[in-house]
Structures are given as C-alpha cells and as structure tokens.
Design a protein around this ligand. Sequence first.
Ligand code: SAH
Ligand code: SF4
Length: 357
Amino acid sequence: MKPSRPLLLDQLPEEWDLGAGPDYRRKQVAEWLFEKRANSVAEMTNLPAAMRQHLEATYDFAALKLTKLQGSHDTTRKLLWELRTGDYIESVLIPASLDLFGERSDRFTLCVSTQVGCAYGCKFCASGLEGWKRNLTAGEIVAQIIETERATKVRINNLVFMGMGEPLANYANLMKALNIINAEWGVGIGARHITVSTSGLAPQIRELAEQPLQIRLALSLHGATDEVRQQIMPVNRKYPLAELLAACAEYQEKKRKMMTLEYILIEGVNDSLDQAAMLAKHARRLHAKVNLIPYNTVEGLEWRRPSESVIDQFEDVLKAAKITATVRREKGHDIDAACGQLRLKQLKADSSEVAAI
Ligand code: SAH
Ligand code: SF4
C-alpha cells in the first residue's frame, strides 16, 4: 500500500501548497504543527475554511499510529509505530540517567529510525534480519519526535539517529528532516544535540562534512581491523577501514567536533585486547571518544556479550591510552532496547493481535 498524498510534515513551509493566500499563512501553519501541536488541519482555526479544505485534500496529516508503548517514566521507553503503509518502525526514549552523554536529569534523548528494515545486514543487528523495505520520508522521521512528545508528555532535548536503518543511506530525506528538526520555526532542537550514527558510508560522511549543520557524528566501528570488522559488518568490504577512517578524519577536520566511536563488545569476536589497542589508535587519530556497548541479545542470533572482567580489561586498555571511554550498560535490556527488536517481534507475531493502547 503506497500513500498517494505527501504528509504536510514531508515538506518545508516554502514548499507547502496552500492553494491561494498570503505568505504569512505558512508561518501560521508551522505554528500549528510545531508549536501548538495540532492534531488535525481542522484545528487550524485561524486559517480560512477554503484553505483548510485545500490542505485536507492535498496532504495527509497523521504519519504514525502508536501501536505499543513499553517502559515507564524513569526507564527506557520503547514506542512501536505503524506507518501509513502498514509497516512498523520503532523509537526509543531514554531518560538522562541512561543518557549517552551523561547530561542533566530533565533531559530526554530520543532514538529515531530512518528506514523500514536495513540493507546493510550487520551480523549482530535485529534491524537487518528481515532486509530493507523502504526509506522513511522526512515527515515520518520528524513525526517520531512530535508523536513521542505527545504520547509521553516529555520534552525531547537530544536526538540520536541510532534506530532502525542506515541514516546515510537515506541521505536526502535525512537532511530534509534535520533541517525541519533544527529550524526555529520547526522542532527547534539544536544541531549540537543531534547525533547521526552510521555503519560507515564513507562518501556520505564526506558529504555530511560539507553541509552547514553542526551535527555530531557517531561511527559504528565494532571492529578495529578489516579482518575483524568485515566478519560482522559486510559494509566494510565496500568501504574498508583506511577509506572510512580517512572520511571521518575529514569530518573531524572540517567540523572540529568530537566524534564518537561505537563499539559493541561481542564475546570471542571483537573483544581481544589487540582490538582494544587498535581501537585506541583510531580514537586518538580522530580525537574521538569511545562508547563500549556490551552486546544485547537478539532472538535468533548466537552472539553473546563478554564477561564483566573482559569488558573491564578492554576498557582499561583505552583508559591507559588516555581515551575517553564509557561502557553503556543498557538498562533497557529487558524491554528489547536494542533497536529493531520490538519490530522483529511484531513481524513474527503479525498474525496474532498486538496489545492496543
Ligand atoms: N545504521 C546505523 C544506525 C542504527 S544502529 C549504524 O549502524 O550506526 C545503532 C547502533 O545500535 C549501532 O551502533 C549498532 O551497532 C547498535 N546495535 C545494533 N544491534 C545491537 C545489539 N544487538 N546490541 C547492542 N547494540 C546494537
Ligand atoms: Fe543496519 Fe546499523 Fe543494524 Fe548495521 S547496525 S544492520 S547498518 S541498522
């Protein structure tokens, strides 16, 4: 099922087809969408009736339907959404105590998806298990923020593109969404509070370095040599480490921003101390900090996380090399916090009913 009409949220205000009318109407529509958080075009009462009718006929309004909400206020909450096409995606809301950046307690980070499924097939990841289905539109990306705030009544101050999909493989829609999210007239989250995570698409990392927004970059490294990395990340054959790290160095050079290297620790695969030493070397070159993520179990995959003592030793190698490293011990473990897992369950249970809320 393909939606025949764009979402109002898919377009920038200057692109909106409002029928006729003066330009200040664009500002009014933006206020209804982003400030007053209207639930429908019918609520936009300061617009002429004819304009409202025209908008109703031209655009879809609702991008997402909340299908499941797991977790509570102090924990990681996971939201499963149904799209207009009948596909499912998920977002994860993380309170500050679990925050990747260790910020204040009134802060919430939202982890958003950019694609339905993922084509990159990393061997440890639930998102890639069913392959790639489609890119999300800009509006479907933006709507995850607006609808999460509506459903949970929190204000989101930090955004990470670490949900389902490879953001840089959906580059045009990602950039459009980032512009709407960053804009004063839009969602209004500052670029410095936005992190895009990639599995390592070197050309798009270079492209990102050229655009003006000062967004943060996180690289899912997960292996510090080609040999180890390509065992678990097929993308490494296309963009081997030398090329990838050169692109990241260029990003760092241009943006002067601290990047993050993400490193999932998987027992017997990438947890040797030699890998830790190489990882430290890469981090130093890129002026990057390192997030160590003990592997989250995914149903149907045989990988395991290393023991606490192996994790500690790995971390110690980085610390001894004066690299800022944190171990992200996810409290969301028990609610399928690793991205893609809730959707996977949904797909498996698709014929059976889902607890509606
Ligand atoms: N495609 C992008 C963004 C989405 S994945 C990327 O790969 O960076 C976001 C993060 O979740 C990545 O660092 C990914 O490696 C991590 N992740 C995926 N599966 C995981 C698992 N089972 N346990 C822990 N982290 C996982
Ligand atoms: Fe895709 Fe990222 Fe998962 Fe790899 S880790 S399969 S790129 S979502």
